[in-house]
Design a protein around this ligand. Structure first.
Ligand SMILES: Cc1cc2nc3c(=O)[nH]c(=O)nc-3n(C[C@H](O)[C@H](O)[C@H](O)COP(=O)(O)OP(=O)(O)OC[C@H]3O[C@@H](n4cnc5c(N)ncnc54)[C@H](O)[C@@H]3O)c2cc1C
Length: 320
């Protein structure tokens, strides 16, 4: 039975995502506990530069093929499924991102391996792998024991510090072939985010608005608060889905990752997909009438007062 811990390196055109380093840091801890090696899996085309940033791993297994140049769930699942069939791992860590969720679920079925998704922690307890994951938008944490010799865990970005896994170096690189390339799914184009709007990733202060605002007509008061604080307005996904704000303002998994000095969350519940995008803000203040809202687990300060009272009152105060 293999004791190795695998980490699937996530990248966009060879640019490694922070979550890869978060998983490598955690993977090192797990490999020490299991007594195996920490192995980074790199799928793509012409990725020598990326491999040299994976020094935290003992080894890199690389599948290099032109059809892996852009993410394609079918081809990537073929690559990962093949690696795991040839060289099983004790645990395979995948980022719980749009790419990783696709990949982990497909390979779980393909290779008949148990999968725990939405994980925020992974550990060994008496030799059994246990993953902690979030359910119901982060309101409940569940511990799942992973039965058997091997399993997959998809981990939410931001669950572990990235610094522990950030190490340049030249780990041994083993190359493996892609057994078959042409599937039914074809990569067509990468749609870059629209330009021309405020860049929320560069703002020191963000007043972020969620579904609690109820109507597009109420956005004006949030804009006023952002102006009074010298910042910009960002939002959760439902606001963008309703077309009340452009996609460039969306914070989260399928939006942008932000790290402002102040993140003022107004009427946002704090679903894991939202938290993923703002967790690293220096100061988080939340206004939410539900004391059980998950956002309060991340907020440094918070109030359960009604946002329709708090926002105008605060703006008044700031305007002096
Ligand atoms: C694959 C995937 C990707 C996703 N990507 C993203 C993403 O990038 N970003 C994102 O945000 N979401 C994303 N989501 C959606 C996410 O799961 C949540 O549905 C979403 O974040 C909820 O938005 P919200 O907090 O605004 O709304 P809700 O969850 O409805 O929360 C509204 C909150 O407002 C509070 N409230 C109501 N009235 C008041 C009041 N008067 N005063 C104060 N508080 C009040 C309520 O108590 C509630 O907590 C994604 C989901 C999936 C499946």
């Amino acid at each position: 039975m293999s004791q190795d811990i695998y980490v699937v390196a996530e990248h966009l055109k060879g640019q490694l995502d922070d979550v890869t380093f978060e998983l490598l840091g955690k993977g090192r801890e797990l490999a020490s506990a299991s007594g195996g090696q920490l192995v980074a899996l790199l799928f793509g085309s012409g990725l020598q530069d990326a491999a040299s940033q994976l020094g935290a791993a003992d080894k890199v297994i690389m599948v290099d093929h032109p059809s892996l140049a852009d993410f394609n769930p079918e081809t990537y699942a073929t690559a990962l499924g093949h690696v795991l069939a040839q060289k099983p791992a004790r645990l395979t860590l995948v980022a719980n991102t749009s790419m990783g969720m696709d990949l982990a679920a497909a390979v779980s079925v393909k290779n008949n391996l148990p999968l725990v998704a939405y994980a925020t922690d992974v550990k060994f307890e008496d030799g059994t792998a246990v993953a902690v994951s979030q359910l119901y938008g982060g309101k409940i944490n569940v511990e799942s024991a992973i039965e058997g010799d091997s399993g997959i865990v998809s981990v939410l970005a931001g669950s572990f510090p990235a610094d522990a896994g950030r190490k340049e170096g030249a780990p041994a690189v083993e190359t493996m072939d892609l057994p078959e390339a042409g599937g039914k799914v074809r990569f067509k184009a990468l749609i870059e985010p629209e330009g021309g709007d405020v860049d929320i990733t560069q703002q020191d202060v963000l007043v972020s608005v969620g579904r609690g605002i109820q109507s597009e007509d109420n956005l004006g008061m949030v804009e006023e608060l952002a102006n009074a604080l010298g910042g910009a307005v960002s939002s959760s996904r439902p606001i963008v889905d309703n077309k009340w704000l452009p996609k460039t303002r969306q914070v989260g998994k399928s939006g942008l990752k932000v790290k402002p000095k102040l993140y003022f969350a107004v009427g946002i519940s704090g679903a894991p997909e939202h938290i993923e995008g703002m967790k690293d803000a220096e100061l988080i203040i939340a206004v939410n009438t539900d004391p059980e809202a998950p956002i309060f687990e991340y907020a440094h300060y918070g109030t359960t007062e009604d946002l329709f009272d708090v926002v105008p009152a605060l703006t008044e105060k700031l305007k002096g």
